[in-house]
Design a protein around this ligand. Sequence first.
Ligand code: GLN
Length: 535
Amino acid sequence: MTKHVFVTGGVVSSLGKGLTTACLAMLLESRGLRVRIQKFDPYINVDAGTMNPFQHGEVYVTADGGETDLDLGHYERFSNCPLSRASNITTGRIYQNVITKERRGAYLGGCVQVVPHITNEVKAHVRQHDGPDVDLVLSELGGTAGDIESAAYLEAFRQFVYEHGRENCVFVHLTLLPYLRASGELKTKPTQQSVGILRQIGIQPDMLICRTEKSMTQEMRDKIALFCNVEKKYVFEEKDVEHSIYELPLLLHEQGVDDALLHRLGLPTRPANLDEWQKLVHRVVNPSGSVDIAVVGKYIELKDAYKSVYESIAHAGIANNVEVNVQRVASEELTDDNVGSKLRGVTGILVPGGFGERGIEGKISAVRFARENRVPYYGLCLGMQIATIEFARHVCGLKGAHSSEFSKDTPHPVITLLKDQINVKDMGGTMRLGSQPCRLLEGTIARRAYGTELVQERHRHRYEFNNSYREQLQARGLVISGINPDLDLVEIVELKDHPFFVGVQFHPEFQSKPTKPHPLFREFVAAAVKRKNGL
Ligand code: GLN
């Protein structure tokens, strides 16, 4: 029988529930278990695709083109669990399904209600992976215990455990122990209260993972166990990591979190194989140098807005044995006049994906600076489009060249709307999305980095390199090194006489793992290392 682990959070949001869930999955996989992870999000958006990264962080894209919550990125980076759009279930999706059924008359005239119709729909999703080839499913619930919008999910989880058998399910509750600097102590009351909220609705957490800045004492652990009605051996701490989030699985493992889960679920406790991970952490903690990479973007205040980009850069740092200092630069503040001083000393420049006009000219200045000063440049999606615009304007002399996303009447629309986007009215789930093939041209940076001819990369965009400018730009030295073989779309552009200048129309950041850094990120950081060493 497939076992179930439910991960909830309390006290505050942003506790790192997604990260913790990902670590649990990774640890359980290291024991040879076949694991699946899914995330339930209480918001009413049908998917994360229409959400502003400034409010909600990056939109993570799965191979099948699902536009999902960024926690799925953690899941893919830590574990090998297969993920798809079905791995992220929102209230919007749940209600959409129920309402569609109601319109079809599927409820036979019944009054359709939160309990049981919505809760049944949630339960159906909880068990979507159940079967002989899955040992364990982790279901994470977004938000915090006590949120009005989480109520139906918690009720559904409670019912699920009742029906599926308590011995087959575990409730893990992640909570915060705030540290009061003035009195120099960690406080347990918020944890007690948040567990209290769960108990009021009939959920008794089996395991507590307490986020904390300082180690808790045995006395505190005993107190939490007693007041929260959780066995002492199931109260764990998750202290802030010192160097990198990739230390977290090992910290949890050392305390026996994975053993406890297996034990509680009656699963065999095979030894964990963490060799690869231990080596990785060793490399993270002992870099042999450092590089400075500028990420020039629109949402630089919020780290979560380019989460996968920052993580992929870190993976590439691990691969090159260097620490990467990322400087987050606001594109809006860059101009041709100040770019030299603002980007002075950086050994690599990256422009990530984006939408809308704000900060576009600043990004063009950054690309120009990188091209003219031979600073390694890496453009992702919008970053590739910007590189194309910059090249068209300043190398090919196409005055006013632009993307028709930003200038409807540009004389040179070197980036234009994809043909099948022209009549699109609905904004949700209608971009060019998900994994598509890309053929790489022999003798290019891309081909050398990947070491293979055909790759699959994930997309999320509406605009594209305008093929009517292909010859003109190529004639002036732009190398088109990656093409979608089915649609004849330009996927990668690069420059020859430059240490590293690559723009990709896709999002390589969604396929990089700490244990398997993405080849283009790896080569970008390698070029930054060379520049730093003056090679
Ligand atoms: N705004 C651009 C487009 O829609 C780029 C999208 C992106 O960077 N994800 O094509």
